[in-house]
Design a protein around this ligand. Sequence first.
Ligand SMILES: NC(=O)c1ccc[n+]([C@@H]2O[C@H](COP(=O)([O-])OP(=O)(O)OC[C@H]3O[C@@H](n4cnc5c(N)ncnc54)[C@H](O)[C@@H]3O)[C@@H](O)[C@H]2O)c1
Ligand SMILES: O=C(O)C[C@H](O)C(=O)O
Length: 330
Amino acid sequence: MVKAVVAGASGGIGQPLSLLLKSDPNVTELALYDVVNTPGVAADLSHISSPASVTGYLPKDDGLKQALTGADIVVIPAGIPRKPGMTRDDLFKINAGIVQGLIEGIAQYAPKAYILVISNPVNSTVPIAAEVLKRANVFDPKRLFGVTTLDVVRAETFVASLSGSKNPSDTTIPVIGGHSGETIVPLFSQAKPAVNIPAEKLDALVNRVQFGGDEVVKAKDGAGSATLSMAYAGYRFAQKVIKAVKGEKGIVEPSYVYLPGVPGGDSIAKTTGVDFFSVPVELGPNGVEKVIDVVSSANDHEKKLLEAAYSGLKTNISKGVEFVNNPPQK
Ligand SMILES: NC(=O)c1ccc[n+]([C@@H]2O[C@H](COP(=O)([O-])OP(=O)(O)OC[C@H]3O[C@@H](n4cnc5c(N)ncnc54)[C@H](O)[C@@H]3O)[C@@H](O)[C@H]2O)c1
Ligand SMILES: O=C(O)C[C@H](O)C(=O)O
């Protein structure tokens, strides 16, 4: 029995992500929460002949409580997306409060759930989530994940366009750091199987992974950011968490986690100087089983990229922590 909740379920990501979760045979209950339109989205999905029962909730009538009670996994794509010319950090002002409110609900009604944060800026919203959970005394770092899977999906796709691989996802590429611009660091030297990237193409490839989100924002021309590829990526990560919880072994995927609280994280926190960082995570029935240190084996070029990532991350992380502990005056 697995109850999945999508918070922000009526949005550009929320709807296709809910569709994918509805089609997952392991999901038995799917609760959709949003400030608008969930009754309609839930009615629509409920006609699909897969096992999950589907319910939709709005804030009225204790909707958040109803949606979250009994949840095993909560995926959060709630919040505003970018328009051309904006950075992810520009979303902080609005999305920080949205994520804080939803995590307060989770702390109260589903404190043991696996929490997957998609809302941007991920580099800051995950520290916000951690602080809220800490204050409620229910923080389990093994169950809090910033979803950076889209960066991995992009790296796989863009590499395949160079290598000619027929199935991009057959190549495993660790993408680490954070989820914005220079904080995103693909480690092509650790791709499995190995990939041969011509030296003159490497910088452009790294740049495309780091700024893939901007490519979509520009192409959508004011109509938002990546939604369909994000729904795919969010579901890919959620599905892995669900499979690991159900006992499947050896599942690894990068995610942005609180390093000091997860097995194997301390030494990476020492090397990087940051507490929140995306690294390949081995998943198990309790969430993060261990994190895998791919940082110390990065090559010299990748180490330079990592140095740039650390400083951006430090700023983003402290902004999130401050938001909860020293709230801005209203
Ligand atoms: N992590 C990633 O890789 C990644 C990728 C793409 C987009 N994103 C982020 O995901 C977020 C959502 O993007 P989108 O394109 O789906 O936006 P959207 O505007 O289409 O959908 C957001 C939804 O959130 C809902 N919402 C707002 N406040 C809420 C609240 N308090 N509780 C519940 N729901 C609420 C809105 O009603 C809307 O339906 C953005 O912040 C975007 O930047 C992250
Ligand atoms: O670029 C964005 O703002 C959305 C998302 O973070 C992405 O990487 O596509």
